[in-house]
Design a protein around this ligand. Structure first.
Ligand code: BTN
Length: 235
C-alpha cells in the first residue's frame, strides 16, 4: 500500500484521479481538503479532525460490469463493519451510500470510475467537533463518545477491511452482505422523496434488493431505483 499524506489538498479523490501511475491500494489521506467533493457535485465540508481519504480499486475483468453497480453499497457495508470494530454504536446505512448515527450523517462515500480503476473517497466525521454549519445534520464519533481517535489507525483499518470484504464479495458473499445492509436500512418504512434525472417522486422505502436497487412503494406501484438523491419527506 502506497500512502500519500497531505496537510492540505483540494481533494484526495481528485489527487488520485489525476495521478497517471495509480496502482491498486494507493491511498491518499488529507488533514484538510479545500475542495472536498460529494456526490452530484455537492461540496463536502472537510475540516481538520475528520478522516478524509481516497483509495484505489482496480477493475477486475473476472467480475461482470453489472456487479460493480453494487460497489457503493459494498463500500458502505465495509465501512459499517470497520466502524463497529472501532466503536460499537447503532449505525444505519442510508441507501445508496451514507452512514448515519442518531439520524445524523457520520460518513459520506464517493465512488468514481477512472479508466480501469475505481477511486473510492470517504469522508468520516471522527474527531471533528466544529460542525457548526452542519450541526443539525452531521455527527462525529467524538461528539458521541467524547474520545479522540488516531485518524491514521481508523483509516488503515477501514481500507484493509475493504479489500478483505471485497474478496468475500468476489467469493460470493453478496447475499450475507445484503442481509446485513437491510438489517440497518435507515430508509426502510420511511416516506421519502427521491429525485432522479428528470423527476421527483414520493413513496415509502422498502428493502434494498439483490441488484442493489431500492424498492419504493409509490401509490399502488412498486418501483425500483438504481440511482437518485433521497430525502426523508417533509410532506
Ligand atoms: C457524499 O456524501 O456526497 C460523499 C462525500 C465524500 C467525501 C470524501 S472526503 C475524501 C474524498 N475526497 C473528496 O473530495 N471527496 C471524498
Amino acid at each position: 500500500m502506497r500512502i500519500y499524506r497531505f496537510d492540505e489538498i483540494e481533494s484526495t479523490s481528485k489527487f488520485l484521479r489525476e495521478k497517471d501511475d495509480i496502482m491498486e491500494r494507493d491511498l491518499a489521506i488529507a488533514k484538510v481538503q479545500t475542495l472536498g467533493r460529494g456526490r452530484r457535485g455537492n461540496r463536502w465540508v472537510s475540516t481538520e479532525g475528520a478522516a478524509l481519504f481516497s483509495f484505489v480499486l482496480k477493475h477486475d475483468v473476472e467480475i461482470q460490469e453489472d456487479e460493480y453497480m453494487k460497489l457503493p453499497l459494498l463500500v458502505g457495508y465495509s465501512l459499517l463493519y470497520s466502524l463497529k470494530k472501532i466503536e460499537e454504536l447503532d449505525y444505519k446505512f442510508k441507501w445508496t451510500n451514507d452512514l448515519y448515527l442518531e439520524d445524523k450523517k457520520i460518513s459520506g462515500i464517493l465512488v468514481e470510475k477512472i479508466r480501469d480503476n475505481y477511486v473510492i473517497g470517504i469522508g468520516l466525521n471522527v474527531n471533528n467537533l466544529n460542525l457548526e454549519e452542519v450541526k443539525n445534520i452531521a455527527i462525529s464519533l467524538r461528539e458521541k463518545t467524547g474520545k479522540v481517535y488516531s485518524l491514521e489507525e481508523v483509516i488503515v483499518t477501514i481500507v484493509k477491511d475493504f479489500y478483505s470484504n471485497f474478496q468475500d464479495f468476489k467469493n460470493g458473499k453478496w447475499k450475507e452482505i445484503l442481509e446485513e445492509i437491510n438489517r440497518v436500512n435507515y430508509l426502510y418504512g420511511k416516506r421519502i422523496d427521491i429525485v432522479t434525472f428528470d423527476k421527483e417522486e414520493s413513496g415509502i422505502a422498502g428493502d434494498i434488493l439483490e441488484d442493489g436497487t431500492l424498492e419504493v412503494f409509490v401509490g399502488s406501484e412498486i418501483k425500483k431505483y438504481n440511482i437518485g438523491s433521497v430525502h426523508i419527506s417533509k410532506k
